[in-house]
Ligand binder design. Structure first.
Ligand SMILES: Nc1nc2c(ncn2[C@@H]2O[C@H](COP(=O)(O)OP(=O)(O)O)[C@@H](O)[C@H]2O)c(=O)[nH]1
Ligand SMILES: [Mg+2]
Ligand SMILES: [Zn+2]
Ligand SMILES: [Zn+2]
Length: 411
């Protein structure tokens, strides 16, 4: 594999050349310094900056890549710890040597982003990665702790639906503004015939999830970290709440709606609005003229599919269980049907403006329908749920992995 020249920091999403990465001294006896970058990243008080060991650039006159270790200019001890020059967080090895894979999850408020993230991470670790012969592990203890605090404990131990995500601008003290970082190890898709090792080669990916609050997406100027997260992504999962479409609301009993939506839908930003904002943002950021389409693949996903299950025509493919994991590949025939069926529903429900936003702005997109909680698992009056048993939650993600040439497709 060719040497990687740049990396995207999985903490602050800024992009740097590999040789711009810095080292941090790990000698406990070395002096502490004010760490401005880390203080800014942690939303701390710059008058009382956080302290940390010396960070410095390696002396790389001899090498164009990053050396394995460097010597602290303060104490002269050897260190192997590599940090991001922008935020000073320690970089995982997979970030420096593997592929970056940011799948951004966007959507207006209440579209089910948090539930989707909470459930897909669990499913990726326990089922999906295993089925494909790989694994997924948290990058650090902090990711494990934050997953448990914000998602795992509620969904899988307390059996409660999640609260609305607090805006990343305001949730300074709870750590919700930090991304969840995982390392995805997948067998190499292409086994080399000359080497007698089919399936032995493993690809590592830094896999990052960032739970955004819907309200942050409503204003373009609060999007700094969010902005980089979206613009640097390898794929976008755009969640749509079917309950925000009036034709759907009219067909369903109001009682089941109130329990799967916690905000007044009329006051939330419309999905086509958010889609337009996201597209404008990527265009500005990547200097893309409006004639050219954005080439990041977009999965447009109906969340909360369980809530509209009753109005889906019998015999539809979206009602069947997802076949991809069992096939260890992305099954194109199933995908084709689902894509057609969901587009059909959107047309029927008059969501034309969203569909044309997608068409105008993106060269590669596809429609999906998922349920994070699962069929017959609409939250009760008191917020109680049964253990999530998701329906087709892996479909959009596996499609994006296929588009990024991580997994194979089959007919
Ligand atoms: N029936 C059903 N409701 C869901 C599902 N996922 C989320 N919800 C409901 O939708 C509301 C908003 O979900 P949330 O994940 O907080 O949305 P976010 O604002 O986009 O993060 C929650 O109160 C849940 O009750 C699902 O898979 N099925
Ligand atoms: Mg949320
Ligand atoms: Zn030192
Ligand atoms: Zn960083």
């Amino acid at each position: 594999m060719a040497f990687k020249k740049t990396f995207i920091c999985p903490y602050c999403f800024s992009q740097h050349k590999i040789r711009e990465a810095e080292f941090r001294c790990t000698n406990k006896r070395c002096k502490d310094f004010d760490d401005i970058e880390m203080t800014i990243y942690e939303n701390g008080d710059l008058n009382k900056p956080l302290k940390g060991k010396k960070t410095f650039k390696a002396d790389s006159k001899i090498s164009i890549t990053l050396p394995k270790y460097a010597f602290c200019p303060e104490c002269e001890k050897k260190t192997f710890k590599v940090v991001c020059p922008s935020c000073h967080n320690a970089l995982p090895e997979a970030t420096l040597f593997g592929r970056d894979m940011i799948i951004s999850i966007v959507g207006s408020r209440d579209t089910g982003k948090s539930h989707f993230i909470g459930v897909i991470i669990k499913e990726l670790i326990e089922r999906i990665s295993i089925k494909f012969g790989g694994n997924m592990v948290a990058n650090d203890d902090d990711t494990i702790k934050r997953y448990e605090t914000f998602f795992g404990r509620k969904l899988y131990t307390d059996l409660q639906k999640l609260d609305l995500t607090v805006s990343s601008e305001r949730s300074v003290n709870n750590g919700a503004y930090k991304p969840l970082i995982y390392i995805l190890n997948f067998p190499h898709k292409f086994s080399l015939p000359f080497f007698n090792n089919p399936g032995k080669e493993i690809n590592s990916f830094t896999f990052v999830f960032f739970d955004t609050a819907g309200e942050d997406l409503n204003s373009e100027d609060t999007m700094s970290t969010l902005n980089k997260y979206i613009c640097n992504s390898s794929g976008i999962i755009f969640l749509l709440d079917p309950m925000q479409i009036s034709a759907v609301r009219n067909q369903l009993k109001t009682e089941s709606i109130s329990r799967s939506s916690s905000v007044n839908w009329e006051s939330t930003a419309r999905s086509d609005d958010i889609m337009a904002r996201v597209s404008r943002l990527i265009r500005n950021n990547n200097n893309l003229p409006s004639k050219l389409k954005i080439d990041i693949p977009v999965a447009a996903v109906f969340s909360k599919f369980d809530a509209i299950y009753s109005i889906i025509p019998e015999g539809s493919t979206v009602l069947e269980t997802s076949p991809h994991c069992a096939n260890k590949s992305f099954v194109l025939s199933d995908w084709h049907n689902v894509n057609q069926e969901v587009q059909g529903l959107l047309k029927e429900w008059g969501a034309d403006s969203f569909m044309s936003q997608l068409e105008i702005n993106y060269s590669n997109y596809s429609y999906f329908a998922v349920s994070s909680l699962g069929l017959d698992n609409n939250p009760r009056e008191d917020g109680g749920i049964e253990r999530p048993r998701p329906h087709r939650i892996e479909d959009p993600l596996l499609w994006l992995l296929m588009e990024n040439k991580v997994i194979e497709s089959s007919k």
